[in-house]
Design a binder for this molecule. Sequence first.
Ligand SMILES: Nc1ncnc2c1ncn2[C@@H]1O[C@H](COP(=O)(O)OP(=O)(O)OP(=O)(O)O)[C@@H](O)[C@H]1O
Ligand SMILES: [Mg+2]
Length: 508
Amino acid sequence: MALISLKSLGVSMSAPLFSNLDLTIGAGDRLGIVAANGRGKSTLLRCLTGELEPTSGDITRTRGLRVGHVEQSVPDRLLDRTFHRVVADALPPEQADSELWRVDVVLDSLDVAEAMRDRPMRALSGGWQRLALIARAWVTDPDVLLLDEPTNHLDLGKISQLETWLNALPREAPVVIASHDRAFLDATTNRTLFLRPEQSTVFALPYSRARQALDEADASTARKFERDMKVAQQLRRQAAKLNNIGINSGSDLLTVKTRQLKERAEKLEDAAVAAHRERSAGAIRLANRGTHAKVLITFEDAAIETPDGTLLFRTGKRHICQDDRIVLLGRNGVGKSRLIAMIRNAIVEPGSVANVKVTPSTVLGYADQGLSGIGADDTPLAMISRRFDVGEQRARSLLAGAGVAIEMQERAIGLLSGGQRARLMMLALRLANPNFYLLDEPTNHLDIDGQEALEAELLEHQASCVLASHDRSFIRAVASRFWLIDRRRLVEVDDPEEFFRQVAETGG
Ligand SMILES: Nc1ncnc2c1ncn2[C@@H]1O[C@H](COP(=O)(O)OP(=O)(O)OP(=O)(O)O)[C@@H](O)[C@H]1O
Ligand SMILES: [Mg+2]
């Protein structure tokens, strides 16, 4: 039975994001939504909840349908509440006291440790924040669950735990997932929607097989288009020939024939559908100003602590040298982000962090998990013009090249899609022309092209960097050194495979 039906649904911003979308979502559906950054995945999910009015077409929901929606980023207003509160507050007021047990049931099903439940969201790692949002949606006992990029910030163990959790949900509750994570989509979906401006396509297949079917369909559209255009061209040639003979001989019949041929050619040309061309979501480029220093940062057994002063681990004695690309490995919450924050403080305020020495010529390029360097109320143009001396015209063309369209450049950054914000951050990093990059989960929100572009840039510029990432293919592609944080110690390991294996086996 269809719980939600879309008929000729379309949303246009300055151009159509999608149009003429016909789709039903019903029992047993596990639907993946796939498209590049900024193409309208989150927008479509907001239409499904009813939060956003589509530009055209209709949505029908069965009466009283409860929709659970896990948004792409954590809403600011939740950050000061505890994990438990965030979930409990989602219960309708009449259940708030009597059904509080539901909260514990959901938290248990997601393996949330007791100690975690009373911590404020602000103090939780990105992965735990994500799980809090998922629990918050599930506790309301929704008939349909919508997940917007659920694997962002999750470590491998948590991703496989989430896969298991999703696959164990009652089959009749449909789940809709917008994601760039191919393996996750394959493990959790049975239908795939490729969202496109003109003609979106749905396949009753999980991602990889749907992708193949889509490529075949695109190739056959392209062949048919070529064939039709060729036939039209031949008809036009014949028409020209006949026209010439007709004029010479003064034959009316030939003039009529000529017109008919032209009309047939026109009809074919009008009906011919060009194959879909994927526009790029913007270029990702980095810079590296280089340095003469061999050693950029030295740790003398520095202590990494939580904000309230609890020791997470010690670094031991280590160096970060020029050309090192170090990836931090460790489960959600071991302190990777804290280490990154500490390195940042040591660079920004030299001498402020005990037992960390920074070479003075170090110029930092920094992006944290929440992209907190870019304010949601600022505009892209104002931010770039204020921070970098590039002039308005240049700023505009840089922004357009990075995927921020002209019409979005003077609007609030908060209106950009998650991936567009991440790309804006990358542009700011490149303009800072650093010689050392400090990036926390840089592939979150980026579409597949974007992830590959970032890999290629880090390698090409031989950027020295420290990265925290859970993305296996990204880690394998870029890292030259691996620091594993485990059992309150930081150790250097030769490769990440053993860690990947352990996490996959034992969960987060
Ligand atoms: N007022 C506006 N005028 C024009 N375009 C807008 C406006 N507000 C939002 N947009 C654009 O609408 C699109 C919304 O995209 P949405 O957030 O749905 O993308 P997405 O597919 O979820 O992308 P991502 O993968 O980055 O999360 C973006 O391209 C954004 O720039
Ligand atoms: Mg989105």
